[in-house]
Design a protein around this ligand. Structure first.
Ligand code: BES
Ligand code: MN
Ligand code: ZN
Length: 486
């Protein structure tokens, strides 16, 4: 979706939309439009869209009103995004190619207008690569939104927001692609292609380097797969020279069959998106580079495929991690933590980050706890937890904090090794987080986000269609803006 700006409504416009506050139709609307809107009970609630046809100057026009709720609502920005998204959802496959969004007489500020545009753009993303038989009426037609008479500063605000949109879209693309297309090597090459010209630096580790570093846990997961593993580090140095970076670390299991502890067949196809953490990291780094964030950030993706095979690791195997700690692998399906532990050890040794945030589709248990509304947040630092929670509320990538503590930590002690990779049936998301915490150096501020419930959706949301949500990009970008750049 292309977003452009114009001073006046372009002459050939056929579809014109306006943003309307609740119970406040703008002055100067045609009486027919006012009456039609009122008769159809259009009240301007967030996300409500009303459409009518009119003749203006001898031509028939399609006119849409998109509701944004009340100006003082606490979710005002989200409501404005919804207004934009509602328009895209309605007109994406309507046959219209251009939507004119007329801000004439609007009382919105620049950031608010940009929120409308962001919602409109995000709702329009889809991946049609593999649909070769779409009927014409199923194909997206809407390609451009022209913002007319946008509030002063909207174009500048949009420069930032469009960077975020690009990041979210890249994440959705990576998450949506099937596992025969996106696997560790192709994840890396897709990133390298997308990062060309952005100023991002990329480093890649292969299996030989991982062996040399002693990454026995990550390699243990990978050894049943025909696809070789990769660690991808994406470096953005937009901040002060020599300032310690913030690290975003993602679980990138490009397919999780469970390994020898194999998953049931029903729903296994979902495990193509078990790289959602890595996808969020890759998209966030693109967003940060595109908007030239004034911060030092490194994004690191631990990329493997978890498969059953003659060479696969067995339940009961003991592996030695890069940190020197040993792990008894009770269940080969608890593989995410095995990938993350070695990735995290390397990140700390290599980059000495001041803060680490890891993102992982780590446990089914987090979906039992929180459903699809919030991701789980675990942290060793109250301030960091609060900052991330605030960034989540502000962007809609919502977080809910869980406890950590020695009693949970004890649950992963092993009789034969330093720890085992699963606890008991209970508190499964917490024991997973405790496992990861055993690999965080003393004194490093760290948060773990269990995003298993928020990466993929079965029904459309405010600014996404069903499928990949792009969760995490807006959250991490906002964290960087508010905490590292402020
Ligand atoms: N990738 C899964 C977690 C998952 C499950 C994500 C459902 C999204 C939807 C993870 O690797 C896994 O299999 N976790 C196990 C852990 C268990 C064996 C301790 C789980 O949650 O069942
Ligand atoms: Mn698993
Ligand atoms: Zn997994």
């Amino acid at each position: 979706m292309k977003i452009t700006f114009a001073a006046a409504v372009p002459a050939p416009a056929k579809l014109i939309a306006r943003i309307v506050d609740q119970d406040a139709l703008p002055a100067g609307l045609e009486p027919l439009l006012v009456e039609a809107a009122q008769t159809s009970r259009f009240a301007g609630k967030a996300g409500q869209v009303f459409e009518s046809f009119l003749t203006r100057g001898g031509t028939v026009l399609r006119v849409a009103l998109a509701g944004a709720g009340k100006p003082g609502d606490k979710d005002r920005m989200a409501a404005l995004e919804k207004a934009g998204a509602g328009l895209t959802a309605k007109y994406l496959t309507s046959g219209e190619t251009v939507l004119v969004l007329d801000f004439t007489g609007s009382s919105l500020g620049a950031a608010e207008a940009a929120a409308v545009l962001l919602g409109a753009r995000l709702r329009g993303w889809r991946l049609d690569t593999y649909r070769t038989r779409l009927k014409d009426e199923q194909k997206p037609t809407l390609a451009e939104i022209v913002a007319v008479a946008a509030p002063e500063g909207t174009e500048a605000a949009w420069t930032t927001e469009s960077a975020i949109a690009e990041g979210v879209e890249f994440t959705r693309e990576l998450v949506t692609e099937p596992a025969n297309v996106i696997y560790p090597e192709s994840f890396v090459s897709r990133c390298q292609a997308r990062y060309a010209g952005t100023g991002l630096d990329v480093r890649v580790l292969g299996a030989d380097e991982m062996s040399a570093l002693g990454m026995g846990a990550l390699l243990g997961v990978s050894q049943g797969s025909a696809r070789p593993p990769r660690i991808l580090a994406i470096v953005w140095n937009g901040g002060e020279k020599d300032a310690r970076p913030t690290a975003f670390v993602g679980k990138g299991v490009t397919f999780d069959s469970g390994g020898i502890s194999i998953k049931p067949a029903a729903g296994m196809e979902d495990m193509k998106w078990d790289m959602g953490g890595a996808g969020a990291v890759a998209g966030t780094m693109l967003a940060l580079a595109r908007r030239k964030a004034k911060a030092n950030v490194v994004g690191v993706c631990g990329l493997v495929e978890n498969m059953p095979d003659g060479a696969a690791q067995r339940p009961g195997d003991v592996v030695t991690t890069m940190s020197g700690q040993t792990v008894e692998v009770i269940n080969t399906d608890a593989e995410g933590r095995l990938v993350l532990c070695d990735t995290l050890t390397w990140v700390q040794q290599e980059f000495k980050p001041a803060v680490i945030v890891d993102l992982a589709t780590l446990t089914g248990a987090i979906i039992v706890s929180l459903g699809h509304e919030h991701a789980g947040l675990f942290s060793n630092n109250d301030a960091l937890a609060a900052e991330l929670t605030a960034a989540g509320s502000a962007t809609g990538d919502k977080l809910w904090r869980f406890p950590l503590g020695p009693a949970y930590d004890k649950m992963i002690d092993s009789p034969i090794a330093d720890m085992k990779n699963v606890g008991s049936r209970y508190g499964g998301s917490i024991t997973a987080a405790q496992f990861i915490q055993r690999y965080i150096d003393n004194g490093t501020r760290w948060a773990h986000l269990d995003i298993a419930g928020t990466v993929w959706t079965d029904k459309p949301g405010p600014t996404w269609d069903k499928g990949a949500s792009g969760f995490g990009v807006r959250l991490l970008d906002r964290y960087v803006r508010d905490q590292l750049e402020a």
